[in-house]
Design a binder for this molecule. Sequence first.
Ligand SMILES: NC(=O)c1ccc[n+]([C@@H]2O[C@H](COP(=O)([O-])OP(=O)(O)OC[C@H]3O[C@@H](n4cnc5c(N)ncnc54)[C@H](OP(=O)(O)O)[C@@H]3O)[C@@H](O)[C@H]2O)c1
Length: 265
Amino acid sequence: MEHRPLAGRTVPVVGMGTSGTFDVPAVDEARQRVTNIALDAGATFVDSSPMYGDAERILGATLGTRRPEAIVATKIWTSDDAEAEHQIDTSLGFFGGHVEVFQVHNLVAWPTRLDQLEARRDRGQLDVVAATHWQASAFDELEQIMRSGRIGAIQVPYNPHQREVEARILPLAQDLGLGVILMRPFAAGGLVDRAPSAGELAPLAGHDVTTWPQALLKYGLSHPAVSVSIPATSRPARMAENAAAGDGPWFGPEEKAIVERLAGG
Ligand SMILES: NC(=O)c1ccc[n+]([C@@H]2O[C@H](COP(=O)([O-])OP(=O)(O)OC[C@H]3O[C@@H](n4cnc5c(N)ncnc54)[C@H](OP(=O)(O)O)[C@@H]3O)[C@@H](O)[C@H]2O)c1
């Protein structure tokens, strides 16, 4: 598994999201195996949020005694200042009192949320303050935060159907030395509903791609600004498949164009 820089540390290029996939009432065998496989494969960067129902709690429980192996990214998501403090405390409780990357989810009340996260960082409860949004309409505001010097990383969507970040956000992240966490590599599942045939994927075989999800992961990871991609899955075999996309060779313009063509409009 290749590692890349993110705000003064290095992270594996493939990690795991938990939106939808980990929102279950109690740890079950599938979720436990997904986490075990992620950790065993070195896909140790895991992302969650209080927006994802029970996902943070379930993720923390599946990490269990292996918590120190993981790089945990979670979020605050509320317009209420007191509730934000409560969310931070709750998240810290799920992850052993420390979170590596704490993000302002969808930029909600971001000036105050950054103050709160910076205060927690000063107390040693988190390492990196970050910001995330999933919509291109918020990228002007995200750019403003990136230029503020107050964050070490951003989380944004990037896949063949969502390429808006290529124009300004990814180049700016590179210029500023900010980490980039890539969300929605499969467009929330929309790009993996139907896979191209083995023949259509054959031109990518020289790049160690055997499946369509791996082609999509390598598509995003081939942009030099991207630090880590966080595909979400509830199925253990798919976690192994996704983690296997974590090494080069990476795509050039020709291979990226093939993936865009196969992804269609
Ligand atoms: N505003 C934000 O900050 C924000 C917004 C969106 C997402 N995120 C983060 O980014 C993560 C990823 O985004 P996402 O969950 O929306 O979408 P995604 O990772 O693009 O797609 C997830 C979907 O792909 C399926 N899948 C995963 N691996 C697969 C494979 N190898 N083959 C076939 N299908 C596969 C999963 O279904 P199965 O479970 O059935 O495998 C799931 O339905 C989220 O979980 C969350 O942590 C953040």
